[in-house]
Design a protein around this ligand. Structure first.
Ligand code: SF4
Ligand code: FES
Length: 249
């Protein structure tokens, strides 16, 4: 462990309609402290001085919930790959470094305050079709419904999407295709997802378009920044699902 001092250049914005600006704070921390804990230290100092603490989203701090939506030094979730902001430690930064911290930047994710954005749009997409709504009876015996290992693995990989929104923040078009493709894929690959398969793809893509997300131009920035390594192959699957749904129409 080494003690370090960093300059946090943080986006401060009093409310959704207020104009924001960067403000730089110097904070002493150490390399074994997490990035969010460093923000906690800074907030304690601000409160002691009678200043407004910095508002930022977080919950589990274990890489599970997808709440910690910070754009750090030009990357959603910061410089680490395959990790969320809450899994980022200060050993990634140098003593004396200036670290720029911004909220997700997307028309579909308006800033609520400081570093916190409204990701309700993701919930609305989920509500459009990210579920199974028919009665599938009681719990199945593990062997009663055979699922191939390949399909089970792919579905599980897709289901590991935590809905953080880093894919949208990373995309120059603000596209939500990686998120939607993961949510559609996890059902399309399993027997339980078949009954509503076409309706789900159609409804979730329609809702995504209505909510102001941009179009996908296959730059791959989403998958490169995704903390759960959701594969671009899910986007190819979503395109196939959507075309098949349209043919059924
Ligand atoms: S696809 Fe990845 S980056 Fe996008 S919401 Fe899911 S976990 Fe986050
Ligand atoms: S706080 Fe839950 S994933 Fe980071």
């Amino acid at each position: 462990m080494a003690n370090i001092t960093v300059n946090l250049k943080v986006w401060r914005q009093a409310g959704p309609k207020e104009q924001g600006q960067f403000k730089t704070y110097t904070v002493a921390t150490d390399t074994d402290t997490s990035f969010l804990e460093t923000l906690d230290i800074l907030n304690e100092q601000l409160v002691e001085k009678g200043e407004e603490p910095i508002v930022f989203d977080h919950d589990c701090r274990e890489g599970i919930c997808g709440m910690c939506s910070l754009y750090i030094n030009g990357h959603p979730h910061g410089p680490a790959t395959g990790a969320t902001t809450c899994q980022l430690y200060m050993r990634r930064f140098k003593d004396g470094e200036t670290i720029t911290v911004e909220p997700w930047r997307s028309a579909a994710f308006p800033v609520i305050k400081d570093l916190m954005v409204d990701r309700n749009a993701f919930d609305k997409i989920q509500q459009a079709g990210g579920y199974v709504s028919f009665n599938c009876g009681g719990a199945q015996d593990a062997n009663a419904l055979p699922i191939s290992k390949e399909a089970a693995d792919l579905a599980m990989d897709a289901a590991s999407c935590i809905g953080c929104g880093a894919c949208v923040a990373a995309c120059k078009n603000g596209s939500a295709m990686l998120f939607v493709s993961a949510k559609v894929s996890q059902f399309a690959l399993l027997p339980q997802g078949q009954i509503e398969r076409a309706r789900r793809a159609r409804a979730m893509v329609k809702r995504m378009d209505e909510l102001g997300f941009g179009n996908c131009t296959n730059t791959g920035a989403c998958a490169a920044e995704c903390p759960k390594n959701i594969s671009l192959s899910n986007i190819a699957r979503l395109n196939r699902e959507f075309i098949n749904a349209k043919i059924k129409d």
